[in-house]
Ligand binder design. Structure first.
Ligand SMILES: [Zn+2]
Length: 235
């Protein structure tokens, strides 16, 4: 081969490698979340007075739980969600693998609680980054509502969607509950904004930030989003 041709081939190979490195790492191709252990319907909101409503929730559980698993990436970052119980003390996630919902809980509330299971097994479950749990669970909720729920959009979705286009000052000027919005909807809207309101970009961002946190072995989220989660103020 002529030296010029060899040089060209080498440049093409380098360009390919550079492109491959720039992409966020997706979960291993061999990871099939559908093969991971999953909840039995008998453990899902047992005792619900409205069986039709229970079954509608179950349909969405079967769609969104695999999504949450895929964000976990590998089985060692996921603890099986074994039960969803009914309770009247508000929606809750337990590290034992149980969720509590009410009979009137919205689909999106379930999406949020399911993602706690992913966040807890992620790189962010340490240091100051752990304070971003509620924001990421709400960002996941936004993306799952966008991807899977039929129109019309929920009021919750429309609020976060609007926040994603507004400044901190604008959000706080109309917030009915500043303390809540500082911890949940506003930082969630920063994530949604960064992901261009796009579920697939959100997935890429999640894995990119996981990698960053792992590589630096230090908090990354406050700096990345320009928001101090500990004080509820922009940096
Ligand atoms: Zn939560």
């Amino acid at each position: 081969m002529k030296p010029k041709l060899i040089l060209c081939l080498a440049l093409v190979a380098m360009a390919c490698l550079t492109t491959a490195r720039a992409q966020p790492l997706p979960p291993a191709a061999s990871t099939n979340v559908l093969l991971w252990p999953t909840m039995d319907y008998t453990k899902f909101m047992a005792g619900h007075p409205d069986e039709a409503k229970r079954q509608q929730m179950w349909q969405y559980f079967q769609v969104v739980e695999p999504e949450a698993k895929s964000f976990a990436g590998t089985l060692d970052h996921w603890k099986m969600l074994g039960t969803i119980t009914l309770g009247t003390t508000g929606p809750k996630w337990f590290s034992s693998g149980r969720l509590q919902l009410g009979t009137g809980s919205e689909y999106g509330t379930m999406f949020h609680e399911i993602f706690h299971n992913t966040f807890n097994g992620s790189q962010f479950h340490k240091g100051g980054d752990n304070a971003w749990a509620e924001a990421f669970c709400d960002a996941f909720r936004y993306m799952m509502e966008k991807k899977h729920l039929p129109d019309p959009r929920t009021n919750w979705f429309l609020k976060v969607d609007r926040y994603a286009d507004e400044t901190y000052a604008q959000v706080m000027a109309t917030s009915g509950d500043k303390h809540f919005d500082q911890k949940y909807c506003y930082p969630a809207s920063l994530i949604v904004h960064k992901a261009g309101k796009d579920p697939e970009k959100f997935r890429a961002l999640w894995f990119e930030l996981q990698k960053l946190r792992e590589t630096k072995n230090a908090d990354v989220l406050n700096t990345y989003f320009g928001y101090d989660m500990q004080t509820g103020q922009p940096l």
